[in-house]
Design a protein around this ligand. Structure first.
Ligand code: SF4
Ligand code: SF4
Length: 381
């Protein structure tokens, strides 16, 4: 058996990239117990603390969906995802990155998107719609990669266009000039390229002159809010559920009665980057409850305890083995008695639709934008 080498320089490097908080871990193992992706978090923390690379740097790092479920449970309040991020940066520096994630990174270099697609086709989702592209507007609608290129997810962006047009919102999109937010670049730990990408995006945003940025995805929302300020200033960033919730407050959005009549049972899944990262729990629920005929039911795990879909942290690009958390989450939605599983994140939509097929459920998976878009009429909702 080979002796484990203690490398204190390594330990200091991890701590330096993780706000220093690795040393308060007292190895209780709660994080490992709650992780829906079976990441051996306690061992990783131990390896980072005492400088044992083999414990801290392994393929398991890349299974982490950065969902923060472990952080909510950690009795020491440790920023575990900061530690994972720091370790990923070290791992990337040693060229130890899953091949599919590295391919996604190359696509961002070459085509400006982590999702499959060509930069010249990025704006196609808006063909035939009444949308200002690259022109000055009060609000900038930012799609990011998945909603720009995936035909299923384009429907979310198209739904928002429908809502905005029906309610007289002055907005623009960047079309082919939009580039990846760089969330995956950040998750891989390629900070040099992230700076280049963020600087370029911030310049594009200035061209619209919008007073705020409305994101389709909680993931772009997170990287704009938490990481971009290192590279430049940008206007306030809102997830679209926050924006629409504000419209409700001002009487600018009045959804009509839900298709399906009275008592349509809907449950809401909190996306990790909207809830645990952004603290946005009530606005999506308020939107659903504003729809006449909708009866909102909660799953057992909700708000800060919501189970992750597995799509964050680069998880959409990495194969995971065994039972997926999205399958378990769909089962929870079915148990809640809902006919519709609503969420507010493109990754969640894809993962739960896949999960519903796998568990053989007929539950409908819908983004809140899609639900609301079908219920706004002409002239002011
Ligand atoms: S839950 Fe917190 S204190 Fe316990 S092992 Fe995990 S990181 Fe350490
Ligand atoms: S952030 Fe989520 S996926 Fe990652 S280790 Fe913590 S609980 Fe597991």
């Amino acid at each position: 058996m080979t002796a484990q080498v203690v490398d204190l320089e390594f330990s200091r490097a991890v701590a330096g990239g993780a706000n220093g908080n690795i040393f308060s871990c007292y190895q209780c193992g709660t994080c490992t117990a709650v992780c829906p992706l079976n990441v051996p978090v306690r061992s990783i923390m131990r390896g980072a603390q005492v400088g044992i690379r083999e414990l801290a740097v392994s393929e398991a790092l890349w299974q982490c969906a950065t969902c923060r479920q472990c952080e909510v449970a950690c009795p020491r309040g440790i920023g575990i995802t900061d530690v994972i991020h720091s370790l990923r940066g070290i791992s990337y520096g040693e060229r130890k990155v899953p091949a599919k994630l590295e391919s996604a990174l190359w696509r961002v270099y070459e085509e400006g998107t982590a999702w499959e697609g060509k930069k010249s086709e990025r704006g196609r989702w808006a063909e035939g719609l009444n949308v200002k592209v690259g022109k000055p507007a009060k609000h900038l609608l930012y799609l990011d990669d998945a909603a720009s290129f995936d035909p299923r997810l384009q429907r979310i962006a198209q739904s928002l266009v429908r809502i905005f047009n029906a309610t007289g919102v002055d907005f623009a999109v960047l079309g082919d000039k939009e580039k990846s937010s760089g969330d995956e670049v950040y998750q891989i730990g390629e900070e040099g390229f992230l700076e280049e990408l963020a600087t370029s995006n911030i310049e594009s945003f200035k061209g619209i002159g919008a007073e705020d940025i409305i994101t389709v995805s909680p993931h772009s929302n997170g990287v704009f809010r938490d990481v971009y300020p290192r590279y430049g200033s940008l206007p306030p960033v809102f997830h679209y559920t926050e924006f629409l919730s504000g419209m409700l407050d001002h009487g600018l959005l009045k959804p009509k009665k839900a298709n399906g009549g009275d008592g349509l049972a809907v449950t809401y899944h909190d996306p990790c980057y909207l809830g645990r990262y952004g603290g946005v729990y009530e606005e999506p629920r308020k939107l659903l409850e504003s729809i006449p005929g909708v009866k909102l039911s909660e799953m057992d795990d909700n708000r800060s305890n919501a189970l992750c879909c597995g799509g964050g942290g680069g998880g959409m690009y990495v194969e995971s083995e065994g039972a997926r958390p999205s399958h378990m989450r769909v089962s929870q939605a079915v148990e809640s008695g809902a006919a519709v599983m609503a969420t507010a994140c493109p990754f969640c939509v894809l993962n739960f639709e896949d999960g519903a097929k796998t568990v053989g459920s007929s539950i409908k998976v819908r983004d809140i934008a899609e639900i609301v878009a079908g219920l706004v009429g002409n002239g002011g909702g």
